[in-house]
Design a protein around this ligand. Structure first.
Ligand code: ZN
Length: 323
């Protein structure tokens, strides 16, 4: 259905514009600047004019498509490729598949990830919490006593990877967040903002940062040193999610620096949370893409994407040569 939608309904610029206008305004067009309904469509143009604030605009203003020179049907193709790539897809592969320039593909992918961010998510039921270290590169390891304690450290300190905390409903949705300091205060703040504590039981490992959870929610600690939990008393769901992210990043994106990591986390979370939504996946992304309140929607990374990626790859290649 999605492919046919692409080939029949979204195969020209005009059709894409009409589709987005319907999604965003539902036949009740309004000004994107002052929200006035006193607007009119310009003749032979995709632009609108506001009779109140006198500004011109198109439906793309304030969406992930604003300012793009990429034709919208191509943009739609890229969205579809991204959604269908369970383990992620690199910008160079997108470029090869669609015939757009690498740089254009890279920007488009980041914008699409913006439409995948969901900050309104609230979890409930049986919720697993866990922390992981993602992206970056491993520190060069020298076998001496001091480093040995770092290597065996479960919390992964001593790497340049970024600490990420995840919360996932068993058989449900996931929320992940970068938390630089893994302390009780920050973990508790995430619990309170993302989990309906009255309606949930939370499972964690034995890390002492989680100990204050006892005060606000029903909290079950799984003590790995005494063997793994059984039945529902596990944190297998979140561990499964970590391996999806880690394998996806390793396979498709290589090393990812801290500042871009949130976008990739958004992508993997979105795909995980919408894994049952295959049919209307493209439609769902577009709904997000034209939402007024979408954060970071006009985010533009500074610098040349090719250089950013090469720089990270270069580091990684050097590292593996040394190691
Ligand atoms: Zn206006």
């Amino acid at each position: 259905m999605t492919l046919s939608l692409l080939n029949t309904k979204l195969n020209t610029q005009d059709k894409c514009i009409a589709y987005l206008e319907k999604l965003r305004w539902d036949n009740k067009p309004k000004c994107v600047f002052c929200e006035s309904k006193n607007v009119r469509k310009r003749k032979k143009s995709m632009r609108w004019h506001c009779n109140d604030c006198k500004k011109d605009y198109s439906v793309l203003v304030g969406t992930i498509f604003e300012g793009t020179r990429l034709e919208l049907p191509k943009f739609m193709q890229i969205i579809l490729l991204m959604i269908n790539a369970k383990m992620g897809i690199s910008a160079s592969e997108i470029a090869r598949n669609t015939g757009v320039k690498y740089q254009t593909a890279w920007f488009a992918c980041h914008k699409i990830r913006c439409a995948m961010i969901n900050n309104e998510l609230k979890l409930e039921g049986m919720v697993e919490f866990d922390e992981a270290y993602i992206g970056g590169k491993k520190k060069k390891l020298v076998a001496n006593e001091a480093n040995l304690s770092q290597i065996t450290n479960k919390r992964g300190r001593g790497t340049s990877k970024t600490p990420v905390v995840g919360a996932v409903e068993k058989k449900g949705k996931v929320y992940v967040k970068i938390i630089e300091k893994l302390n009780s205060r920050n973990l508790l703040a995430m619990l309170k903002s993302k989990v309906d504590t009255d309606q949930s039981i939370v499972f964690t490992n034995g890390f002492r940062g989680y100990s204050q959870f006892d005060n606000v929610v029903e909290h079950i600690k799984i003590n790995h040193s005494k063997g793994y939990g059984k039945g529902v008393k596990t944190i297998n769901t979140i561990e499964g999610f970590w391996s999806i992210i880690k394998n996806g990043i390793k396979g498709s994106y290589r090393a990812i620096s801290k500042k871009y990591l949130p976008f990739y986390l958004a992508e993997f979370s979105y795909k995980y949370n919408n894994r049952h939504l295959q049919k209307n996946a493209l439609h769902e992304i577009l709904v997000n893409a034209v939402k007024d309140e979408s954060c970071l929607i006009n985010y533009k990374p500074k610098g040349n994407p090719r250089e950013i990626v090469e720089r990270q790859r270069g580091k990684k290649i050097k590292m593996s040569q040394n190691g």
